[in-house]
Structure formats: structure tokens, C-alpha cells
Design a protein around this ligand. Structure first.
Ligand SMILES: Cc1cc2nc3c(=O)[nH]c(=O)nc-3n(C[C@H](O)[C@H](O)[C@H](O)COP(=O)(O)O)c2cc1C
Length: 360
């Protein structure tokens, strides 16, 4: 059975999981239209994730995806963290605030979270996806044993091969254009920064798994292009941020729908891992950072969030983590159901044929 049929999808579209931005209401609205809605639970714990999954289930009977962060455990380094806070101190001072005394590991990797695994095995959501790496073979086998379909992000052929060997069902090919965190397994390792076209084609050619193209895809024409490359589906994140069902705040929406959308940049300064965001005062610090290394992900993010909170309290929104992909200027503001319908119409007119249940 094809990937789409397995999940009962009537359009080859996944709304990307976006921790802190995608909501159960967004995911359910997307799933109810025949695409795959996703929630990102990488920044919450098992209790929070359970509540989110239950809310999606209450809103839809269709398949949905639950996404986890599987980064290597953060290593605390008090000296590096203190130096980072000292460097940021003048910015806090600009907003009459003090930097935090210490930085915390603000959330766990799924690799270290047995409560999260137990909760997933209990609720058995239809799809679970992994970002930043893979969990243990035991966890993968247990989730598969519950009939859960598994996805994982790859940014290179090496990562895709590891995903295939691990027994995952499909690969999300995340190009450099993509908004949010790059799914690289090792953030300090070499990164060829492959674009969505080259990466998708490479993984279609070199692996035996269904490939889901992600990065810079904003409309039905983009989805059609991904399918032409051999992708089974396209995963769109940025396209859904302006939907009223997302959790994006007003400043983020305003920035995303204004001229700033033309300027995205990759930065590790906000969270400690490379991620693509709208250029703002925070990303602009890159010019001053020299060879200073931010603390490990997500320890650096604790500082980033504190600085954003201090600035926001004084009406300065330039330190928010406004993740966005290179396609941001193509964003459209409309309810999620309407966006999926629009994408379907565009894809159909592009492909010159009707997509229906029979189409896998
Ligand atoms: C605001 C935002 C948050 C994201 N959070 C996650 C996440 O929690 N988990 C994940 O696997 N990918 C996350 N991503 C990356 C998406 O899965 C996907 O690769 C990306 O959105 C595709 O590129 P596009 O934004 O250009 O469509 C996020 C992307 C954005 C824009």
C-alpha cells in the first residue's frame, strides 16, 4: 500500500510540525482536509504532549503526526555559558534587565525521555516523526510494534542512509531553504547545505524509502515540482504560520507578511543549533560574535528566550525567534482548511488531473 493510502491522505501534503507554532487546532484542521497535520512536542514533556495529542484526537478522526527532537544530550559547560551571558549582558541592560544567573537545559531529548516513549506507546498516534537524529533501536521497534508509522528528517545522504537502516518508514528531505531548525544530526559536523531540489532527487535515487520534500515550498506549483522530482509528498511549514490556528504572535505575523519576509538567514545564536529565521536584531549579532560559540542546544535557547522576553517587555520585538523559510514572501494568510483547499486546487490545475482517494 502506498504511503498516502496507508494514512488515508487525499493530497500529498504534510503540514510541518513546528514546536511552539503549530497547535492541535492547526493540525486537526489540516488533517480534516485530507492532508497530514502535525504537532511538535519537542519543547514540552510527556504530560504536555499527552494533552496536545488528546486535543488533536478530539478534533479529528484522521491521521496526524507527532514530532520529537532527538538531539544528542546537551552538555553543560558553566564557563562557556557564563561567557555567553556576559557577552549578552549589554543587550539585557538596554532593556533594563539582568541576564539569568545560570542557563538551564530547557527541554529533554526524546533519546533521554522514557516518560515520553511510554506515553506514545500508550496513545499510539498514527504517525511519529523525529528531528535532529534517531532514537534507540529499542524505541523504534516498540513504536513500530504499536503500528505507528515513523518519519525522520535528513539533510544529507548519510543521514538518510542511517534513517533507512534504522527501519524508519519515510524520509523528510529538508533542504537548506527550510524555515526553523535544520535537522542535522551533528550541528558541529560538516554541512553541505543541500537545497531541496538536489537533496530530494538524491534521496529518491539513492534510497528505497518514500521521500517527503521540505524547504521553500509554499504553493501547489511547488508541491507539483516536488512530486515531479519523485517525492511522495511535500512538507510545508512556513506556509502555515500565518493561519489563524497557529500560535505565532502578532509581531511574528507582521514581520512575516511584511518586507522583512524577503530576508531570512541561518543562525545558531538564538538556540545553539542552526535554524533559519527572519533577519532581525538577534540574527544581526552574527556580525559581532567573532569565534564565540553559543552554549549547547537548547541551553543557549534559555538565554535567547530570556533576552526576547526582556526586549518584548519594552516593546522591542527584534529578538524573537521568528523562524521562516526562504519562501516566506509567498505566504498567504487564511484559515488552514482554506489553505489546504487552495493548495489542492493549485496542484490539480498544475497536474491537469483530479487528485482523489484512488491517487496514491
Ligand atoms: C516555525 C517553525 C518551527 C519548526 N519546528 C519544527 C519542529 O518542531 N520539528 C521539526 O521536525 N521541524 C520543525 N521545523 C522545520 C519543518 O519541519 C520543515 O522542515 C520546514 O518548515 C520546511 O521548510 P518551509 O518552512 O520553507 O516550508 C520548523 C519550521 C518552522 C518554520
Amino acid at each position: 500500500m502506498s504511503f498516502l493510502d496507508q494514512l488515508g491522505l487525499t493530497i500529498p501534503l504534510i503540514q510541518a510540525p513546528m514546536a511552539g507554532v503549530s497547535t492541535p487546532a492547526l493540525a486537526a484542521a489540516v488533517s480534516n482536509e485530507g492532508a497530514l497535520g502535525s504537532i511538535g512536542v519537542g519543547t514540552t514533556d510527556a504530560v504536555g504532549a499527552r494533552a496536545m495529542i488528546e486535543e488533536v484526537k478530539a478534533r479529528t478522526d484522521r491521521a496526524f503526526n507527532v514530532n520529537l527532537f532527538v538531539h544528542s544530550s546537551a552538555e553543560a559547560n558553566p564557563a562557556r555559558e557564563a561567557a555567553w551571558l556576559e557577552w549578552l549582558a549589554p543587550l539585557f541592560a538596554e532593556f533594563d534587565a539582568e541576564p539569568p544567573n545560570v542557563l538551564r537545559t530547557i527541554y529533554k531529548s526524546f533519546a533521554d525521555d522514557s516518560d515520553m516513549l511510554a506515553m506514545l506507546l500508550d496513545l499510539a498516534p498514527p504517525v511519529v516523526s523525529f528531528h535532529f537524529g534517531l532514537p534507540s533501536p529499542g524505541a523504534i521497534a516498540a513504536l513500530r510494534g504499536r503500528g505507528i508509522l515513523l518519519l525522520a528528517t535528513a539533510t544529507s545522504l548519510e543521514e538518510a542512509q542511517a534513517i533507512e537502516v534504522a527501519g524508519i518508514d519515510a524520509i523528510v528531505a529538508q533542504g537548506i531553504e527550510a524555515g526553523g531548525h535544520r535537522g542535522v544530526f551533528d550541528p558541529l559536523g560538516p554541512d553541505d547545505a543541500l537545497g531541496t531540489i538536489a537533496l530530494t532527487r538524491l534521496l529518491v535515487r539513492e534510497t528505497n524509502l518514500p521521500v517527503i520534500a521540505a524547504g521553500g515550498i509554499m504553493d501547489g506549483v511547488g508541491i507539483a515540482a516536488a512530486l515531479d522530482l519523485g517525492a511522495t509528498a511535500a512538507q510545508l511549514g512556513t506556509a502555515f504560520i500565518a493561519c489563524p490556528e497557529s500560535a505565532a504572535d502578532d509581531a511574528y505575523r507582521t514581520a512575516l507578511t511584511g518586507p522583512g519576509a524577503f530576508h531570512t538567514t541561518l543562525t545558531s545564536l538564538i538556540s545553539g543549533r542552526p535554524a533559519r529565521a527572519l533577519a532581525n536584531r538577534f540574527t544581526g549579532l552574527a556580525e559581532m560574535v567573532a569565534d564565540r560559540l553559543p552554549p549547547d542546544y537548547p541551553i543557549a535557547y534559555d538565554a535567547g528566550k530570556a533576552l526576547h522576553a526582556a526586549a518584548k517587555a519594552k516593546g522591542e520585538y527584534g529578538f524573537g525567534a521568528q523562524w521562516a523559510g526562504q519562501g516566506a514572501p509567498l505566504i498567504r494568510t487564511m484559515p488552514a482548511a482554506e489553505l489546504v483547499q487552495t493548495l489542492r486546487t493549485e496542484l490539480e490545475s498544475c497536474r491537469g488531473k483530479l487528485l482523489g482517494k484512488a491517487n496514491g
